[in-house]
Ligand binder design. Structure first.
Ligand SMILES: NC(=O)c1ccc[n+]([C@@H]2O[C@H](COP(=O)([O-])OP(=O)(O)OC[C@H]3O[C@@H](n4cnc5c(N)ncnc54)[C@H](OP(=O)(O)O)[C@@H]3O)[C@@H](O)[C@H]2O)c1
Length: 310
């Protein structure tokens, strides 16, 4: 079969098109494009079906495992696909690893090294127990997230644009430095012993719950990330769609109860805002996928992220 590969402006991306076997899949087409262009490896390519000019419809994205015949309406030996370069890609594991590595390295620098000398504080620093526990808590959190990235999460998307590495690192690394600066500051005033214990105790409980939520999510898929999106069930997922975000938000609340800095609370608000937006989208997607029609199960009634408010 003949496949014409064009850009969104209609320009031919592969001169003369490609000749492929009748049983070829979208994967085969992507490999063939890669062979001819070298630069555009498969995860860099987004292939869609052409849409009528001026149409407001979203283009159909070609799914890699499907046969090309499925996109030709079964009766044509010609197929035209629209190619978009997604830019350089990195694996999700690489993305997550670098964004979490920053806070894991930066935070201890403020605790162990005399960095405050460079900010004009010449005297010896007194280190309070809460600052030491905060260091352990913080490092445990980011170490856990790196371990989960490599050994728990089963990602459905192979890659993410390289530009996300810079954006996400900026977010995590700068917030990490901002919070570390204030929690380890020579003029830091600790909270009461009871408040510290309540904060860290509650926070650790939420971190363990968050880990368990990630195990439950990973059990919804095969080891290779196959299986698509399923209805998460068990533990807190029986009442809230994004129980992993709920426990993430609460574990930062625990950290902030124990350490009490404005920087920490700002991070909590920003992180909660981001996760709420993602949770709304995930809840919508699950309700759409599991609509109770044509034999599909109906998504149960649940809170989205923060019961009893949302
Ligand atoms: N502090 C912050 O600002 C912040 C922000 C975001 C996240 N986090 C933390 O990082 C963790 C991971 O974040 P994330 O956004 O990657 O979490 P996520 O999308 O909810 O899920 C983690 C893993 O579970 C999979 N998954 C989610 N819902 C599923 C379903 N219904 N069926 C099958 N698999 C499903 C995801 O698959 P896909 O690969 O298909 O997505 C992903 O591999 C969060 O749980 C949270 O603890 C922190």
């Amino acid at each position: 079969m003949k496949v014409n590969v064009i850009s969104r402006s209609g320009r031919e991306v592969i001169k003369g098109g490609l000749e492929l076997n009748d049983s070829a899949t979208v994967d085969d087409l992507q490999e063939a494009i890669h062979k001819r262009t070298k630069k555009f490896y498969p995860s860099r390519q987004r292939l869609t079906l052409p849409v009528q000019q001026g149409s407001k419809e979203r283009p159909v994205v070609l799914s890699s495992k499907k046969s090309l015949k499925e996109y030709t309406n079964g009766n044509s030996n010609d197929l035209t696909v629209v190619f978009k370069d997604l830019g350089p890609q990195v694996s999700y594991r690489t993305l997550f690893f670098f964004e979490y590595l920053g806070p894991l390295i930066i935070y201890p620098l403020f605790y162990y090294f005399p960095v405050y000398r460079y900010f004009g504080f010449k005297d010896e620093r007194v280190i309070y127990p809460v600052q030491t526990f905060a260091l352990y808590y913080w490092c445990f959190h980011y170490f856990k997230r790196i371990m989960e990235t490599f050994f728990v999460h089963r990602f459905s998307h192979a890659t993410s644009p390289l530009s996300n590495v810079f954006r996400n690192c900026l977010y995590y690394w700068s917030f990490g430095s901002y919070i570390a600066y204030y929690v380890n500051h020579p003029l830091y005033t600790p909270v009461s012993d009871l408040q510290m214990k309540i904060g860290f105790g509650f926070g650790i409980l939420c971190q363990i719950s968050n880990f368990y939520c990630h195990i439950l999510l990973s059990n919804l898929r095969g080891a290779d990330g196959s299986g698509g999106y399923q209805i998460p069930r068990g533990f807190l997922f029986n009442i809230v769609t994004c129980a992993n975000y709920t426990t993430e938000i609460y574990q930062w609340l625990g950290f902030n109860i124990a350490t009490q800095t404005i920087a920490g609370y700002i991070f909590l608000v920003v992180a909660a805002y981001i996760m709420t937006n993602w949770a709304l989208a995930k809840h919508r997607r699950l309700k759409k996928l599991f609509d109770g029609k044509d034999g599909r199960p109906k998504y149960p009634r649940r809170w989205i992220i923060l019961p009893p408010f949302l």
